[in-house]
Design a binder for this molecule. Sequence first.
Ligand code: PGA
Length: 246
Amino acid sequence: MLKVNIIKAKDPAEAGKLAADIFQEVMTNNPNCVLGLATGSTPLPLYRELIAREKAGVLNFSTVRSANLDEYKGLAPDHPQSYRYFMQDNLFDHISIDPANTIVPDGLATDAEAMCAEYEKKIEAMGGVDIQLLGIGHDGHIGFNEPCDHFPVATHEVELEEITRQANKRFFDSIDDVPTAAYTMGIGTVMAARKVLLMATGKDKAEIVYKSFFGPVTPQVPASILQFHSDVTVIVDEAAASLLPL
Ligand code: PGA
């Protein structure tokens, strides 16, 4: 097992600043870098910090490219719960990134398989992901790679687990409105990123963070595969770190 670099922050705001420091280093070293981005509540303090740093003249997104992890199947880009909308609303609309340089899987694809294959090709054409940001689900999912009996390699369609739909229903009017399927980068796509940064905050993530980084590597805990990546940083706040033997 390789050593996972675990950084403990006081709270989510500090976790956002520490994550922004890592993004800043990658962007400074390579102004044309490819950022692998994630949605969810966890990255919000990071996105707020990145916006503030560009406004302060510390960062420049105009030459950066990005590839998002996942998208709900069936949601249009302008649907308020789509991940494309989330990215526009929480990051892209507030920074200088060229919208043409941002990719998110197409929730409305009529040929899902072709769209997924094309998404992999687009990432490859960008030169691969320099830093992949990840949150983590309570079941250990990364992107929408849910627990299963193998590690899916490439971008693919997934049926969403009930636990995930329940966790995400807070954003929808009712559980019936939560899509039942999504498109996600595969575990192989994530593992191909040159650097991985996983953020986890809150007490409800403590157990899965422990299992992922201190338990066996198993597709039943998809995030556990990150133990085999050579450059992983995990940023946890005190609550999410509460079960870790640090
Ligand atoms: P969250 O989602 O940041 O909203 O907790 C994380 C995830 O499900 O990957």
